[in-house]
Design a protein around this ligand. Structure first.
Ligand code: NAP
Length: 336
């Protein structure tokens, strides 16, 4: 069902910049909507690095990425924005919305949204895990075959097969080593993409690391019960009993249709913005990793994303009410 309400501001992407932008939009009293293509907020922090420490967030000498996401969610959702998860916006266009007013219509893979301003905080674009096309894998996805670990609890005491040789696979081996009953890592070659320090840590564990081995088939009717793995050099096959198969074979990120919305692009991955985060489209702003200020190299840092998101939301408030100041006032003087 299309949402016929016209929001003041719609933020595309609920990573750190999007969440912080939602906080400022709320502080400005704007009716706010957040749309995120993943089933969760937090962006790359939540998907790629949840268990990693981050050291360059102001005010936090060190903080676990997932804790930062949790704090950002509390802050970003403070004013109660409407949040739409697992939804990808595919088209942005102008439309008359009544009383002679025009607004932006955002068509997603589910519905339509109307908004007076839009802030694009889509980072490196919507990203999706590479899928492993082997017998049994698609059938058991979500029933023991997983591409993301959103919650470790179901993996407690389980026998896990992890597939991949990048940071995700190795990080999950390390993260789950005292949590699972057993872990086996299979990787298709003997060179790893993961950081050397993580590999050194992995070698200190008793996790079997089978190089030149791959998954051939996932077994199980309603849930994963086992797997067949094979050696891609010798052809040897083994059946192993496992309860879960974690496939960590990388991600594809793409700006998708964003590049067709008529935005001036600095390059194929970055939207050109002014120092007020304005794009060439009226009332459309961009902030964070996706934004290139005046065509300069994007400084893809969480710290920069926060600042740009604050500017974008406040510039959107001024766009909506030209008589309003850009400066929002100090939050310490408000009762939040
Ligand atoms: P990745 O670095 O792309 O690694 C994917 C792994 O899967 C590679 O080892 C690749 O093998 C293997 N693979 C790909 N297709 C396969 C297939 N069809 N069958 C079997 N194996 C296959 O992906 P990632 O580990 O998810 O990491 C993604 C990005 O996030 C990277 O830039 C990574 O550094 C970053 N990240 C960083 C951290 C951290 O800093 N702690 C944590 C997570 C992710 P080949 O090597 O043979 O191609």
């Amino acid at each position: 069902m299309p949402d016929n309400d016209v929001y003041d501001i719609t933020i595309l992407g609920a990573g750190p910049a999007g969440l912080f932008g939602a906080f400022y939009a709320g502080m400005r009293g704007l009716r706010t909507k957040l749309i995120e293509s993943l089933p969760q907020v937090g962006g790359q922090l939540a998907v790629l690095y949840p268990e990693k420490l981050v050291y360059d967030v102001a005010g936090h000498p060190r903080i676990l990425a997932k804790d930062l996401v949790s704090q950002l969610s509390t802050q970003g959702l403070h004013f109660g924005p409407t949040v739409c998860l697992d939804e990808r916006v595919e088209l942005l266009a102008r439309r008359e919305v009544g009383d002679g007013e025009e607004a932006w219509v955002l068509k997603s893979d589910r519905t339509e949204h109307l908004s007076r301003t839009v802030v694009i905080t889509a980072g490196i674009g919507a990203f999706a895990p590479n899928k492993l096309e082997k017998p049994g894998v698609a059938h058991l996805e979500g029933r023991g075959v997983e591409y993301f670990v959103g919650d470790k609890l179901p993996l407690r005491g389980k026998r896990i097969l992890i597939v991949g040789g990048g940071d995700s696979a190795v990080d999950w081996c390390l993260n789950l080593k005292d949590w699972a009953e057993s872990i086996t890592l299979v990787h298709r070659r003997d060179q790893f993409r993961a950081h050397e320090a993580s590999l050194a840590e992995l070698r200190l564990t008793n996790i079997p690391v089978l190089t030149f081995w791959e998954l051939k088939r996932a077994h199980g009717k309603d849930r994963v019960e086992g797997a067949t793995i094979f050696n891609n050099k010798t052809g040897e096959e083994r059946e192993i009993e496992v309860d879960a198969i974690l496939v960590n074979i990388g991600f594809k990120a793409s700006l998708g249709s964003i590049v067709q919305w008529g935005l001036d692009m600095a390059d194929s991955r970055h939207i050109k913005v002014s120092c007020l985060q304005e794009t060439n489209l009226p009332g459309v702003f961009a902030a964070g990793d996706i934004a290139s200020v005046e065509g300069n190299e994007a400084l893809s840092l969480i710290a920069t994303g926060f600042g740009q998101a604050a500017i974008a939301s406040n510039a959107a408030a001024s766009f909506l009410k030209p008589e309003a100041r850009l400066f929002p006032g100090h939050s310490s003087e408000m009762r939040l």
